[in-house]
Design a protein around this ligand. Structure first.
Ligand code: G16
Length: 561
């Protein structure tokens, strides 16, 4: 029997503009009549002719409203001419896994249902992200097109009788408007796990976990009730045979247990506490959708994400994937600490500085100029897929510890010994009022256009810095020439220290101000100092210069990393 399609009338909603990584709003907003349908139709319409007969991957981080969204997407794909939908069992697929599957099955596109590290549940956030055929987040040109379509949408297409139980693995065949339409529910972790086994040598990782060459490395992996739970179970418990107490919070929950699924020192405080106890040599946590990671060593020795990617870039000989494919170039987002630049310089490799957003790495990878990249926002990854990848980062670290036979702290000390240390911190002021934050950014932008700022001396206590350059970061993609303007105000000091201000593009309401502070030290006596202590004078200078406290009314940040 052929199922019917219907065209439903609708009206545009304001603000369906994708941010740094997809459209993120409160669940209650996505639940408004036609809100989700409108946005999904705009994604499908933006594909134009590529839509007909294509295969689409869909899945997400398991948060509240995910299953409902999968159902809507299946029904709308059926009515819009998509040939096949590949969906993770129960709607579960990590963001890196979606990227892996788009590439493996050479499907046209993917839709990821996640608000990443934002809290989940009926009163929290939801998100929809569109990934293109290289497996990466849609670039600005595509998301702008989706946004433009959303402003004028008058109807969407849906086939309400396409019903599919996504808890059961297997293929369901339908005929919709006389066209064949397939939904295939697949195991959420298998393809990803197989790929990780190709990239890494699981044997050497198993060896350090079990101490075949010395004392076993005791690890604690915290999935924070996000999507990585099933992946952690399969990889760490079943493949690497880690002891059951090596993993915690591996049941995905629709509200992440009421927590922020954000792997940083504030929101993953229980991991930090557990590591401080001294029993573990290695700790890691992931965010809701599994693309972010935090790495800790013995006694909660914190590896900044900026250092983490630099260390991986410096130790590629420990990872079979890079031994086989070589390393073509390195990159970081603009606010990320510059430690990786030093690795690139020493190894004679290109190092790219792109705006915040993983989507900016995709073209460089596709062009064969970039292999390893990272962001200060706890994102680390490589050209094995086109998303950042939390579990990949942990397996990379464990490979390095195994081959080098060192602790996390020893790896860092040795790295700083070679390259010097880029001290880095980020202050977040979350959920501020938007208007004054915009005013602050406008004032900083004006400062960046004021030539008299260059050469200005700024002091706090006995520390002084001189402004060498101040601008609002602009990026021209070296591959397609696309230009991204006003990506954050950078204040570059004559000694290489940096202050950066930008507004987050991932919040669901209000404004979040991010202030990034970095300074470089080559004197080894400073390497073990506390970053907050070293950076304090520059923090004070940045706060005074920006008048951040006056604009936001906040005397303290919400999160410091
Ligand atoms: C997203 C992007 C990242 C970006 C991060 C922070 O991560 O994929 O590339 O660095 O947001 O963005 P912002 O500073 O604008 O909040 P995720 O993990 O949220 O998808």
């Amino acid at each position: 029997m052929s199922l019917s399609c219907y065209t439903k009338s609708t009206r545009p909603f304001e603000g369906q503009k994708p941010g740094t990584s997809g459209l993120r709003k409160a669940v209650k907003v996505f639940q408004l009549e036609n809100y989700t349908e409108n946005f999904v139709q705009c994604i499908l319409s933006a594909m134009g002719g590529a839509l007909t007969g294509c295969t689409l991957v869909v899945g997400g981080d398991g948060r509240y409203f995910g299953k409902k969204a999968v159902d809507i997407i299946i029904k709308m794909c059926a009515a819009n001419g998509v040939r096949k939908v590949l969906v993770g069992q129960n709607g579960i697929l990590s963001t890196p896994c979606v990227s892996c599957m788009i590439r493996k099955y050479k499907t046209a596109v993917g839709i990821v249902l996640t608000a990443s590290h934002n809290p989940g549940g009926p009163d929290a956030d939801f998100g929809i992200k569109f990934n293109i055929s290289n497996g990466g987040p849609a670039p600005d040109a595509v998301t702008n097109k989706i946004y433009e379509l959303s402003k004028n949408i008058v109807e969407y297409r849906i086939s309400p009788d396409v019903r599919c139980d996504i808890s059961l693995i297997g293929k369901r065949e339908f005929v919709v408007d006389s066209r064949p339409f397939t939904v295939e529910v697949i195991d959420s972790v298998e393809d990803y796990v197989e790929y990780m086994k190709e990239i890494f040598d699981f044997g050497i990782i198993k060896d350090i976990l079990h101490g075949s060459k010395g004392k076993p490395l005791k690890v604690l992996i915290n999935a924070m009730h996000g999507v990585t739970g099933p992946y952690v179970r399969r990889i760490f418990l079943e493949e690497l045979k880690a002891t059951p107490d090596s993993v915690v919070n591996i049941e995905p929950l629709e509200d992440f247990g009421g927590h922020h699924p954000d792997p940083n020192l504030t929101y993953a405080a229980d991991l930090v506490q557990a590591l401080k106890g001294g029993d573990y040599g290695f700790g890691a946590a992931f965010d809701g959708d599994g693309d972010r990671n935090m790495i800790l060593g013995h006694k909660a020795f914190f590896v900044t994400p900026s250092d983490s990617v630099a260390v991986i870039a410096d130790n590629t000989d420990c990872i079979p994937y890079f031994k086989k494919n070589g390393v073509k170039g390195l990159a970081r987002s603009m606010p990320t600490g510059c430690a990786i630049d030093r690795v690139g310089e020493k190894k004679g490799m290109e190092v790219f500085e792109v705006p915040t957003g993983w989507k900016y790495f995709g073209n460089l990878m596709d062009a064969g100029r970039l292999s390893i990249c990272g962001e200060e926002s706890f994102g680390t990854g490589s050209d094995h897929i086109r998303e950042k990848d939390g579990i990949w980062a942990v397996l990379a670290w464990l490979s390095i510890l195994a081959v080098r036979n060192m602790s996390v702290e020893q790896v860092l000390l040795s790295h700083w010994g070679t390259y010097g240390r880029n001290f880095f911190t980020r202050y977040d002021y979350e959920n501020c009022e938007s208007a004054p934050c915009n005013e602050m950014m406008t004032a900083l932008d004006a400062m960046s256009g004021d030539a008299s700022m260059v050469g200005k001396k700024l002091s706090h206590g006995d520390k002084s810095y001189t402004i060498a350059k101040i601008d609002n970061f602009e990026y021209k993609d070296p591959i397609d020439g696309a230009v991204a303007k006003k990506q954050g105000v950078r204040i570059l000091m004559s000694d290489g220290s940096r202050v950066v201000f930008r507004l987050s593009g991932t919040g669901s309401s209000g404004a979040t101000v991010r202030m990034y502070i970095e300074s470089y030290e080559s004197d080894s006596s400073t390497f073990t100092k506390d970053a907050q202590e070293v950076l304090k004078p520059l923090v004070e200078i940045a706060l005074k210069l920006s008048k951040l406290g006056d604009y936001t009314g906040r005397q303290k940040p919400t999160v410091i990393t």
